[in-house]
Design a protein around this ligand. Structure first.
Ligand SMILES: Cc1cc2nc3c(=O)[nH]c(=O)nc-3n(C[C@H](O)[C@H](O)[C@H](O)COP(=O)(O)O)c2cc1C
Length: 173
């Protein structure tokens, strides 16, 4: 199984990138490729911009990376209850190339934030929306209060949450 994973954030120290990386490594994968949204710089989507330049190569390249995996792991950062601007922009551009952005791939969805809700609102948005873009959501997990529950070396340090995640991962394997 080849895994493609990323944090849906452009922060260099993204906590969602850390969570996506940790969870990807819990699977017995043949390969894990971590994507960084900063490597796929895009103008802000607009219909006039699209008419002017078409769909940029960076959006197509990201779409193609998604198609190259057997399991996609995304950890969603939450900004004002929704997707980060950088991720929504990427999604909009990719959807102009192919509406089924996730290509009927298996998708494991994560979210985390410093707060106690762990990105619940962006998670809810993605759970209801991503199947329309061809995602087969096989599991989802939100990690609340990141700094209290995650250690850079050890990963999730709250035993209850660790066990909950392990059960979800086992149901996917
Ligand atoms: C503009 C902005 C809006 C935010 N809105 C929320 C929010 O609605 N819910 C939340 O839990 N955290 C919110 N946060 C805090 C983020 O969860 C926090 O910055 C987190 O580190 C983002 O994830 P990342 O490190 O993967 O980028 C917000 C942060 C910013 C800068």
């Amino acid at each position: 199984m080849d895994i493609i994973a990323f944090g849906a954030s452009n922060s260099k120290n993204s906590i969602n990138k850390q969570l996506a990386n940790f969870v990807a490594n819990q699977f017995d994968a043949d390969s894990i490729e971590m994507l960084d949204l900063n490597d796929y710089e895009l103008p802000i989507y607009g219909i006039d911009k699209e008419k002017e330049i078409g769909v940029p190569q960076a959006a197509i390249a990201f779409y193609e990376k998604i198609q190259s995996g057997d399991l996609i792991i995304i950890s969603l950062a939450e900004h004002n209850g929704s997707y980060t601007a950088v991720f929504k922009n990427l999604l909009d551009w990719m959807s102009r190339h192919e509406a089924k952005v996730f290509g009927n791939k298996k998708l494991f969805l994560l979210s985390t934030s410093p707060g106690g809700m762990g990105g619940k609102f962006v998670m809810d948005a993605a759970l209801s929306r991503f199947p329309r873009h061809g995602a087969e959501i096989v599991g989802h997990f939100s990690l609340p209060s990141f700094s209290e529950n995650f250690d850079t070396e050890k990963g999730i340090i709250n035993n209850e949450l660790k066990e909950k995640l392990a059960q979800i991962i086992n149901s996917v394997k």
